[in-house]
Design a protein around this ligand. Structure first.
Ligand code: ASP
Ligand code: MG
Length: 436
C-alpha cells in the first residue's frame, strides 16, 4: 500500500481533480490524502476570525463568495446531473453549517470545526467524481482514526487500530480517499494538525499502516538545493536523509511540513516529493541513508529575532543557561539557534509574542540586546565531524557579509548562520555559486 498526498494546488480546480487519476494509478492499492482546494483554508480562517470578532455580516459575505467558487467547481467537475445534484447537496450541507454558526456561541471549538470543512469538501467531491466516472473507491473519515493527545501529539497506534481494520474489510478495493490536516483531539473535538498539516497526515498514515512508501505531490519537482525564487539554476535534490530533510523543512524549505518527517523516519517509510505538473520528474527521495561528505542544500528562514544576554555573573557560574532557558520555557517560546561565550549567550526565536515579557525577565541576569529582522541561513549536508573544511568553505563564500551568529556541530547535518535579512539574497547567491 502506498500513501499519496495531494496539496491544495493539485486539487485546486475541477480540471486538476480530473487529472489526478493519471498519477494515482487505481490498479494498485493506495490511500489518497487530499488537502483543501487552494485558498479554501485561508478563507475559512477569515470566516472564523469574522465570527470571533462578532462580525456576522463579514462572515456571511465571505461564506457566500466561497460557496460561489464551489458551485462553479461542481458545474465543471460533473457532467451527469445525478452526481451534480449529489455534489450540490454536499456543498449546501457544508456551507449551511458554516452559516449556522451565526446563531450560536462562537469559541475556538467552533473555529476548528470551520477549518475542517475544506478537506471534508475536497475529499467528498472527489469521491463523488470517482463514482461518476465508475472508479470504485472508499471515503475514509480521518476523524475516525486521526487523533492527537493532550500535548497535541498524534497517536500512531490509534491509526493502526482504527484504520487498518477498515482497510482489511475492503480487501477488494484499491483506492481509499481521506482528508489531510483534520483530526480529533483528546476531548474528542474536531481539531487539526496545524497549517500545512496534510503532509503530516500522510506520513502518520504511512507509519500507522506500515505503508510501502509515502508520496507528497506538490507543484515543484522535489526539494531544491536553494530557494528557486531567489537563486537561479537551483536543482532538485535526488536523495536526502530524514535528518537532512527535517533540518531543511524546519529552516525554510516550504515544500514539506517539518514534523511530517518524524513518523516516516521512526517507522522507516521512504518519502518521495513529487511534482503534479511533471509527474515523470524524479523528485526527491527521503530515506534513512545520507550521502557521505556532501553539502546538499541551502535554506533560509526569515523573521528571526536575536537576543544577546551578557553578564559577568555567567563567568565560571553553573546553572546560568538553565535559568535563561527557563524564561523561554515559561513563555512557551522555542529557541532555534544558540551560541555562547564565557560571558554572553546569544540565541534566536521566531515567535515574538512574549518578547517584551522575556526581555524583562532576562534583564535580571544582565544586559540584554535584541536585534529584529534577521534570517537564519542553514547549510545542510553530511558533515562528518572528523573531516575538515566544511566550515571554511561556507565562511569563505560569505566573507564579505557581516555574520551575527554561527552554529556548527549541533548535528552532523547543519551549519547555521544568522545574518540581517537585507543580506539574505546576497548570502544565498554567494553560497550557491561557491558550494555547488
Ligand atoms: N488545508 C490545510 C492548510 O492550508 C492543510 C494543508 O493544506 O496541508 O494549511
Ligand atoms: Mg503544504
Amino acid at each position: 500500500m502506498k500513501v499519496l498526498k495531494f496539496g491544495g494546488t493539485s486539487v485546486g480546480s475541477a480540471a486538476r481533480m480530473q487529472k489526478l487519476l493519471d498519477i494515482i494509478n487505481p490498479n494498485e492499492r493506495r490511500i489518497v490524502v487530499l488537502s483543501a482546494m487552494s485558498g479554501t483554508t485561508n478563507s475559512l480562517v477569515e470566516i472564523g476570525q469574522a465570527y470571533l470578532t462578532s462580525d456576522k455580516a463579514k462572515a456571511a459575505s465571505l461564506i457566500s463568495s466561497l460557496k460561489q467558487q464551489y458551485e462553479a467547481v461542481v458545474k465543471q467537475l460533473f457532467s451527469n446531473p445525478e452526481y451534480q445534484a449529489q455534489a450540490k447537496e454536499v456543498i449546501d450541507h457544508h456551507f449551511g453549517l458554516l452559516s449556522g454558526f451565526a446563531n450560536d456561541l462562537f469559541t475556538s471549538i467552533e473555529d476548528k470545526i470551520i477549518l475542517a470543512q475544506g478537506e471534508l469538501l475536497s475529499t467528498t467531491l472527489y469521491h463523488i467524481y470517482l463514482k461518476e466516472i465508475g472508479v470504485p473507491s472508499v471515503l475514509l473519515p480521518a476523524l475516525d482514526f486521526m487523533r492527537i493527545d493532550e500535548d497535541n501529539e498524534p497517536i500512531v497506534d490509534h491509526i493502526t487500530t482504527h484504520l487498518q481494520p477498515i482497510l482489511d474489510k475492503h480487501a477488494d478495493v484499491n483506492l481509499f480517499i481521506t482528508q489531510g490536516f483534520i483530526c480529533r483531539n483528546a476531548f474528542g473535538e474536531i481539531d487539526n494538525l496545524r497549517r500545512g498539516g496534510s503532509d503530516y497526515t500522510a506520513s502518520l498514515i504511512g507509519a500507522g499502516i506500515h505503508a510501502e512508501e509515502v508520496q507528497i505531490w506538490t507543484d515543484i519537482d522535489g526539494m531544491h538545493n536553494n530557494d528557486p525564487r531567489i537563486v537561479n539554476n537551483t536543482k532538485p535534490i535526488a536523495q536526502l536523509s530524514f535528518d537532512e530533510a527535517a533540518e531543511l523543512a524546519y529552516f525554510g524549505a516550504k515544500i514539506l511540513h517539518p514534523q511530517s518527517v518524524f513518523p516516516a523516519q521512526k517507522y522507516k517509510i521512504p518519502v518521495r516529493l513529487l511534482n503534479t505538473m511533471d509527474p515523470q520528474a524524479a523528485g526527491t527521495l527521503i530515506t534513512n541513508t545520507s550521502e557521505k561528505d556532501k553539502i546538499k542544500s541551502i535554506a533560509a528562514k526569515d523573521g528571526i529575532t536575536a537576543i544577546k544576554i551578557q553578564s559577568s555573573r555567567m563567568l565560571l557560574a553553573h546553572g546560568f543557561l538553565r535559568r535563561v532557558f527557563e524564561v523561554f520555557e515559561r513563555y512557551r517560546t522555542s529557541i532555534d539557534m544558540i551560541t555562547t561565550s564565557e560571558v554572553a549567550v546569544s540565541l534566536t526565536i521566531d515567535d515574538t509574542t512574549y518578547l517584551d515579557e522575556i526581555n524583562k525577565e532576562l534583564g535580571k541576569f544582565g544586559t540584554v540586546d535584541v536585534d529584529i529582522n534577521h534570517t537564519i541561513i542553514c547549510v545542510v549536508g553530511d558533515f562528518a565531524a572528523e573531516k575538515n573544511g566544511y566550515a571554511a568553505r561556507v565562511l569563505d563564500a560569505i566573507k564579505h557579509v557581516p555574520v551575527r551568529m554561527i552554529s556548527y556541530g549541533g548535528s552532523d547535518h547543519n551549519l547555521s548562520l544568522l545574518v540581517k535579512t537585507e543580506q539574505k539574497t546576497e548570502v544565498l547567491r554567494s553560497l550557491h555559486s561557491r558550494l555547488f
